[in-house]
Structure formats: structure tokens, C-alpha cells
Design a binder for this molecule. Structure first.
Ligand code: 13P
Length: 252
């Protein structure tokens, strides 16, 4: 049984005040929620204060990126997995499409970041997904396979993915209000599982695959009802207490 996970990716949003209100609201709105794992990924500056606010809560804390180096040193602007660990982050997003497309992070770098997260005992949430032009020219599956291959071709690729969560985020659905239909999303999730099964059946059946891209309180339940969708990675709607709480409840 794969336990559903709903993760809020706050991206570059929030103030000291709004972050406190958001966490208070989510804690109050969710209460005890054993059926679904809930994760928030604030901007790095807020991680410490959110960690304090989440003490004693079931809500998990994550970061939005991690350095590919496990050793400390000359990596200006980066955070290591051991730093994230020390500040109570048990998850970290890697390979978000904004990192890939705005900051030019390559498949290779992203695979290295993922490996560093696992080495530091922080669970990576590996984002994969196709651009609109890729979908339109019918090469979505090749694009997804290429993103997975970057990790699978590492020596211990299967083991690394076994300790990861995947998030399918079609780039054309991110922040656009244009969600993939449950059927469109399911088709890609099923492809991902089938692709992984060629390497390792247990990995394919066990790995959680989240859907992300314009998930909201209205469309969440239909997406989460699909057999290969194990929860969501939520952007805009994760900044609104009522919407995020409703999405979490739709998964559990
Ligand atoms: P939106 O939910 O705002 O479309 O963002 C999705 C996303 O990128 C989550 O990582």
C-alpha cells in the first residue's frame, strides 16, 4: 500500500507573518490525519521558524533544492543535505521544472542532487515532466524516460529511486490553471511505473508518484482517485489554508 503524500511547494512566496498564519491554519484545519502524509516546502529562509512551529505536529518539513555535494565547501548559494537534516527537513524537491528551465539545471546535475539527498538521509521528491511542445509532438514518454534515465544510469540508480518520491509535473500545467485531466495524468503515471518495472518490479509498485500542475480544491479528488496517482505536489493552492487543507483531505 502506498501512503498518499500531499506536498506544498511554496516556491518564492511568503513573509514572516504570512508563513506563521499559513502553518497555524494548516495545523488547525488538518488535525490528526493518519491516512495522508502532509509536507510543506517553504523557502529556505523560513525553514527554521517553520520547524519550530511544526514541533509535535505530524506535518513534515522539506526544502526546495539541495546541493550535489555532500561535503561542505565552496558552493555559494547552496544548502547541503546535512544542513537540511539538521533543520528538520526530511524531504527535498529536486529537478523542479523551474530549476530545469529558469536555472538550466541538467538531468545530470539533478541526478547528482538526488544522490546527495539520499546520502544525507533526506528523501528527494524528483520532479519530471514534459514541455508543451514535447506533448504536442508526441514525445512525452521519451522525455520522461530521459529524465528517469539520468538517475537509473547511476551505479545505484534503482536503490536511489527506491528511496525517493517522484512527481509528474507537466510543465504546461504548472501555474497555468490548465490541469492535466485525470486520464492524461494517469496515462503518464502508468508509463512511469511500467518503465521502472523494466528495472525493478518492487520499485515500480512501491514508489509514490505525485501529480503536480494546477491542482486545486476542486480537481484534487478526481486526480487522486486514479490508480497510479499517490498524491500531489501543490504550488499556488498550497499558499491558501482552506484550499491546501481540502486538497490534503481529498487524498486521504
Ligand atoms: P501550481 O500548483 O501553482 O500549478 O504549481 C505546481 C508546481 O510547480 C508544484 O511544484
Amino acid at each position: 500500500m502506498r501512503r498518499p503524500l500531499v506536498a506544498g511547494n511554496w516556491k518564492m512566496n511568503g513573509t514572516r507573518k504570512s508563513v506563521v498564519e499559513l502553518i497555524d491554519g494548516i495545523k488547525g484545519g488538518l488535525g490528526h490525519h493518519p491516512a495522508v502524509e502532509v509536507l510543506v516546502c517553504p523557502p529556505a529562509l523560513f525553514i527554521d521558524s517553520v520547524a519550530s512551529q511544526l514541533k509535535g505536529s505530524e506535518i513534515r518539513l522539506g526544502a526546495q533544492n539541495v546541493c550535489q555535494s555532500t561535503a561542505p565547501g565552496a558552493f555559494t548559494g547552496e544548502l547541503s543535505a546535512s544542513m537540511l537534516q539538521e533543520f528538520d527537513c526530511c524531504y527535498v524537491i529536486v529537478g523542479h521544472s523551474e530549476r530545469r528551465h529558469i536555472y538550466g539545471e541538467s538531468d545530470k546535475l539533478i541526478a547528482e542532487r538526488l544522490a546527495a539527498a539520499v546520502a544525507g538521509e533526506v528523501t528527494p521528491v524528483l520532479c519530471i515532466g514534459e514541455l508543451l511542445e514535447t506533448r504536442e509532438n508526441g514525445t512525452t514518454e521519451q522525455a520522461i524516460a530521459q529524465q528517469l534515465d539520468a538517475v537509473l544510469k547511476l551505479e545505484n540508480g534503482v536503490e536511489l529511486l527506491r528511496q525517493s518520491v517522484l512527481a509528474y509535473e507537466p510543465v504546461w500545467a504548472i501555474g497555468t490553471g490548465k490541469t492535466a485531466s485525470p486520464e492524461q495524468a494517469q496515462e503518464v503515471h502508468a508509463f512511469i511505473r511500467a518503465y521502472l518495472a523494466k528495472y525493478d518490479e518492487t520499485l515500480a509498485n512501491g514508489v509514490r508518484i505525485l501529480y503536480g500542475g494546477s491542482v486545486n480544491a476542486t480537481n484534487a479528488a478526481d486526480l487522486f482517485s486514479m490508480p497510479d496517482i499517490d498524491g500531489g505536489l501543490i504550488g499556488g493552492a498550497s499558499l491558501k489554508v482552506n484550499d491546501f487543507v481540502a486538497i490534503c483531505k481529498a487524498a486521504g
